[in-house]
Design a protein around this ligand. Structure first.
Ligand code: OSB
Ligand code: MG
Length: 373
C-alpha cells in the first residue's frame, strides 16, 4: 500500500494567545500557524503543522520561509512519486538543506494520511506504546507574583513539572523565590540561549536549587562550550535549539554537552528524525522529553503521538489547548487530567480538524495540485 498525494492545501492562520508569552528573546501575543493538508488519490486526508514563528529568533526559519520552501521545493518533491512509508521522505527531502520546520510540516501530514490508510493511530504507526503521556507547563517571563500564581494553578491542575523561562538578571533571584514558596516542586529553567560561558558563576549558582535541568543555556552552536559548562555544573543541561538532527544529538552525547535532550518534531525535520534521535538517546541512556512550540491542535496531536514512544521518560511541554487558546481548532480540544493526556486511539492524529474554527482564523490559503501524467 502506498500514499500518492495529489493535492496539498497550505493555510496561514493567525491565532490569539490567551496571555502573552515572554522568553529571553521577546514577547509573543499572537501565534501564526501554518496548516498543511494533504489529500491522496482515494480522498484520504492528512494534517501537519508548521511551527516556525513570524520572526527567526528560535531558529533561522519563519512562517514565510517555510511557506516558500514548501511551495517551491518540498511539495513538488512529494508529488514526484508515491510514498510507501513516510520514512522515505527524510531522504527525498535531503536535497533541500536544513529548513527542518518546513520539512516536518509536510512529512507530518503524510504520516497522518499514512496512518489513516493503514487504519491505525499515528501513535501505533510510530511504534508508540503508552496510552497516556505525562506533561508539564512552560511559564513565560512575567512579574514574580504572576509566576507564583501560574505555578499554583498548574499544580492544582495536576501538571507534573514546572518550567520557567530565564535570562541574565532574571534567574537566581526568581528561582530562589519560587523555591521559597514551592520547596520540592519538580522545577526546571529554560534560557533559550541567553547566556555565554562568561556567565558561568551565575549558572553555577543555580546548582543550589535542585533543578531538574537547565535547558539551552548557551548559543545554538556552542556545543563545545555546553560541554565545558556541563563539566562544571551539577544540574543536568538539556539541549533544545542545539539539536536539529540525529548527527547533532550524536555529537552532543559524545562531547557530553548535555545529559537530557528535548525533542521537537519541527526543529529536527519531522517524526522520522525525531524517532531516530529517540532511539539514539535510548541506546545512550540519555532521557528525552517532547518539547513544545505553542502549537495549535494539529501540532499538539503530533507531539502527543511522538511522546508515546517508550523512551520519552520525562514530562513534556505539551499542555492542554486551554493553556494557550480560548478555542483550539481541533475536536475535541486537548485536555489534561491530573497531568496526563490520554492518547486517543482513533486513526491518524486522533483529533478532527474543525474547519469552521480554521477558516475563522485563516488569513491566506493556497491549493497545490499534482500535474497529470
Ligand atoms: O524553548 O521550549 C522552548 C515556546 C516557544 C518557543 C520555544 C520554546 C517554548 C516553550 C513553550 O518553552 C512550549 C509550549 O508550551 O508549547
Ligand atoms: Mg526550550
Amino acid at each position: 500500500m502506498f500514499v500518492q498525494i495529489h493535492t496539498v492545501i497550505l493555510r496561514y492562520l493567525q491565532m490569539e494567545l490567551k496571555s502573552p508569552f515572554t522568553t529571553s528573546f521577546g514577547t509573543m501575543k499572537t501565534r501564526p500557524v501554518l496548516l498543511v493538508e494533504v489529500v491522496d488519490e482515494d480522498g484520504v486526508c492528512g494534517w501537519g503543522e508548521g511551527v516556525a514563528f513570524s520572526a527567526p529568533w528560535y531558529t533561522e526559519e519563519t512562517i514565510e520561509t517555510t511557506w516558500h520552501m514548501l511551495e517551491t521545493f518540498l511539495i513538488p518533491l512529494l508529488f514526484q512519486a508515491p510514498v510507501y512509508h513516510p520514512d522515505e521522505l527524510r531522504d527525498r527531502f535531503s536535497i533541500v538543506r536544513r529548513n527542518y520546520m518546513a520539512k516536518a510540516a509536510l512529512e507530518g501530514a503524510v504520516w497522518d494520511a499514512f496512518a489513516k490508510r493503514h487504519g491505525v493511530s499515528l501513535s501505533s504507526a510510530l511504534g508508540g506504546e503508552k496510552k497516556e503521556v505525562e506533561v508539564g507547563v512552560s511559564i513565560g517571563i512575567q512579574p514574580i507574583t504572576n509566576i507564583l500564581k501560574r505555578i499554583e494553578q498548574a499544580l492544582a491542575e495536576g501538571y507534573k513539572r514546572i518550567k520557567i523561562k530565564i535570562k541574565p538578571g532574571w534567574d537566581v533571584d526568581v528561582v530562589r523565590e519560587i523555591r521559597h514558596h514551592f520547596p520540592h516542586v519538580p522545577l526546571m529553567v529554560d534560557a533559550n540561549s541567553a547566556y555565554s560561558l562568561r556567565d558561568i558563576d551565575r549558572l553555577k549558582a543555580l546548582d543550589d536549587y535542585e533543578l531538574l535541568m537547565i535547558e539551552q543555556p548557551l548559543a545554538v552552536d556552542d556545543i563545545v562550550d555546553h560541554a565545558k559548562l556541563q563539566a562544571n555544573l551539577n544540574t543536568p543541561i538539556c539541549l533544545d535549539e542545539s539539536i536539529c538532527s540525529y548527527e547533532d544529538a550524536k555529537r552532543a552525547i559524545e562531547l557530553k554537552s548535555c545529559r537530557v535532550i528535548n525533542i521537537k518534531i519541527g526543529r529536527v525535520g519531522g517524526l522520522t528524525e525525531a524517532k531516530r534521535i529517540h532511539d539514539l538517546c535510548q541506546q545512550h541512556h540519555i532521557p528525552v522529553w517532547c518539547g513544545g512550540m505553542l502549537e495549535g491542535g494539529v501540532g499538539r496531536a503530533h507531539s502527543i503521538a511522538l511522546a508515546t514512544l517508550p523512551h520519552f521518560s520525562l514530562p513534556g511541554d505539551t499542555a492542554a489547548s486551554a493553556n494557550y487558546w480560548e478555542r483550539d481548532f481541533i475536536d475535541p480540544e486537548v485536555t489534561v487530567d491530573n497531568g496526563r493526556i490520554f492518547v486517543r486511539q482513533q486513526i491518524g492524529i486522533g483529533y478532527t480538524v474543525n474547519l469552521t474554527e480554521v477558516e475563522r482564523r485563516t488569513v491566506r490559503s493556497k491549493i497545490y495540485k499534482k500535474s497529470r501524467g
